[in-house]
Every structure is written in C-alpha cells, then in structure tokens.
Design a protein around this ligand. Structure first.
Ligand code: G6P
Length: 369
C-alpha cells in the first residue's frame, strides 16, 4: 500500500497532487485549439441529437452532482440549452416529465451508483438519449448509456472525491464547447481561446498546489471550529458546495455551502468570531458583489479565508487570510478554486486525527439504495 501511495501519506493527498496529470489525461486527443474543434469520439454519433436537444437533464449524486451544477452554468452559457440538475435519488421517484427530445447526462465517478443507474433506466424508458460521463472504464453506467465520455482521471482510492471531480468539470467544459460549436452559439475564436486556456490548466493547477504550506497554516487556524461556511457565486457556487462537502466528509466539521447573496436569508445569523467563512472571490463577473458579501461577514466578526485571483489587493485588505489562484477565464475558475479547498479539508482532517482515506460511515461507491 505504501508503494501505491507513491510516497504520500494518504491516497487523498496523492490524488490531489495527481490533478495536473489527470486533467491532461482527460483532455488528451480531444482538443484541436487552432481549429476551435473538440473531438469526442464516444459522442459523435449523437452530436446532432445533442445539438437539437430541447433540454438537458443532468442526474448524479454527491460530488458528481456538484460537477453537474458547474456543467449547468457552462452548457447554458455557451451552448444556450436549458439545463436541469437533479439528484438521481430524487429524480427517480418523482415522476419527472421526460421527452424524446431530452438528453440526460449521467455523471458518476464509479459508474455504479444505484440511484444514478435507476434514474438512467427511467429516462431511457421515456425515450430520452442518455450520455454517461464516468471515470471507471467498463463500469455499468457507460454500458447503460447510449453514448458518453470517460474522464480518464485514473483510479481514485480516497473515499472523498478529488481528481475525479476536476476531471468531470473538465469533461463538462469540453462538452459545453462541443455543443456550442455544433449549434454556433459561440464564435469559433472564443472557443479557440477557451480551449487554449483549458490546455494550460495542468500548469495552473501546479501553481495552485504550490500554496500548500500556506493552506496548511490556515488549516491550523480552522481545525478546532465546529462549523464552517463556504460561499461562492455564479459558476463558483457549486465550488462552495463541494468545499463544504469535502470538509464535512473527512473532518466531521459541520460545513455548509451557500450562494453568497443568499447568506442574508439565513446563515448570516450564525456568523460571529467563532465562524470561519471560506469565500471564493476570484476576479470574475461576481467580483464586486462578493466583496460586499465579504464586508457583511467581516462586520459580524466572521473569520474570512478568501480564494482570490493572483495579485488581488482589495480583498487582501479585508480578509483574514487569502489564497491566490492564477488568473484564468471565468469558466476555468471552478477547477482552480477547488484545489486549495481540497488541500484545506485534507490538512484540517489530518490535524484532527481523522481517517482521511476512509471516513466513517461513507462508501466510495453506493451500489445499494
Ligand atoms: C459516494 C462517494 C462520493 C461520490 C458519490 C457519487 O457518496 O463517497 O465521493 O461523489 O458517491 O458517486 P459516483 O461514483 O456516482 O460519482
């Protein structure tokens, strides 16, 4: 096992550090940036069906559901098809309205999650086209789907999903641009720019990983908290959800992810000097708004850790701690902003003496209901 961990103390840490490679593997052979073209061999037969879809429904569970929420932003923004993101366990039991013009995308690391499989069966019976986005090659969901793409992140052993999540988001970014290209909803020049940027993400992730010593110091400050709030807006709201899920899964600290503006309708009541608040505050279209949200937290003495764009001088004045990520296209911030949040949860859990790779009560793959 020590050999399998490649010198890392835990599988989770190894998998976090593998992300430059797993993302590169997810993109391999799929991007022709100069031609603004994406090659998705497993989907090409269904390209027209996808481009003509009246609606896309994403079904998944856990971390894969968070990837789906990022996918919703990307597909609606670039491909202009309405998207709904559903927990597979809810979708399967609520008599959903599904038509033959719907495309259902099932996202699953393991490809074996029982609820996601049941959701697929239901949608298939109603005549929808099913695309699977899975990591484990040859697993059940790819076999149940009409078409799909593998994320190629490699085996993920740690129960808390890390590299599988960023690969799912990468796959969804590719898929959204692929549909946009088919539909002509985005100029080829913009697609080319985004693809070229996406190709740089492995390098940018390496930059994010260099912040680990700083993240560890912040982890030390947060480790004894009983609660933690994660805030984000727009495309980074799902990143806040994923940050909170990671922390609660492995450190057993109660954590909640919230859209930052929604805080005033509830969680703001919880904020005092005991409450760490982690905010994704990169320079994107929500930047000014998120600054006001940070000020609202500070006014109530909350302790802010902000994930900011490199060189940000405004938030460093207000926040207690900042962690920088490189400047990138807004669409790519979820991948980069996730890295420090994974490291933060990991180090907090280790400091609390938790079993990071096998947290209590959790399974890597939930194959029964
Ligand atoms: C379990 C795992 C999570 C995972 C979820 C969905 O809860 O512990 O890490 O996100 O199942 O699994 P899937 O394999 O379908 O992505």
């Amino acid at each position: 096992e020590a050999i399998e961990k490649g010198g890392y103390e835990h599988f989770m840490l190894k998998e976090i550090h593998e992300q430059p490679r797993s993302i590169a593997n997810c993109m391999r052979g799929r991007i022709y940036a100069d031609e603004a073209r994406i090659n998705l061999g497993g989907i090409s037969e269904y390209a027209v069906k996808l481009a003509q879809a009246k609606r896309i429904i994403i079904v998944s569970c856990g971390t894969s559901w968070h990837a789906g929420l990022v996918g919703e932003y990307l597909i609606e923004e670039y491909a202009r098809i309405p998207v709904e993101v559903e927990y597979a366990s809810e979708f399967r039991y609520r008599n959903p309205i599904i038509s033959e013009e719907d495309v259902v995308i099932a996202i699953s690391q393991s490809g074996e999650t029982a609820d996601t499989m049941a959701a697929i069966e239901l949608a298939k019976k109603a005549g929808a086209t099913i695309l699977g986005i899975c990591n484990v090659v040859g697993s059940s969901i790819p076999r149940l789907s009409h078409a799909g793409m593998y994320t190629h992140a490699g085996p993920e052993i740690g129960v808390a999903s890390t590299k599988a999540f960023t690969a799912q988001v990468t796959a969804l970014t590719l898929l959204s641009l692929y549909i946009a290209r088919q539909r002509g909803t985005l100029p080829a020049s913009k697609i080319a720019t985004l693809l070229a940027q996406l190709q740089k993400t492995p390098q940018l992730i390496k930059e994010c990983l260099k912040n680990e010593p700083l993240v560890k110091q912040i982890a030390y400050e947060i480790k004894d908290s009983t609660n933690c709030l994660f805030l984000g807006r727009g495309i980074n709201f799902p990143v806040a959800l994923e940050g909170a899920l990671k922390l609660k899964e492995i450190s057993y600290i109660h954590a909640e992810g919230y859209p930052a503006a929604e805080m005033k309708h509830g969680p703001i009541a919880l904020i005092d000097e005991q409450m760490p608040v982690v905010v994704i505050a990169t320079k994107d279209s929500s930047y000014d708004k998120i600054i006001s949200n940070i000020q609202e937290v500070k006014a109530r003495k909350g302790k802010i850790t902000a994930i900011v764009t490199e060189g940000d001088t405004i938030i460093s004045e207000i926040a207690d701690y900042i962690i920088e990520i490189p400047l990138c296209e807004e669409a790519l911030t979820p991948i980069l902003a996730t890295i420090p949040l994974q490291l933060l949860s990991y180090h907090i859990a280790v400091m609390r003496g938790c079993n990071v790779d096998q947290p209590r009560n959790l399974a890597k793959s939930v194959t029964v209901e």
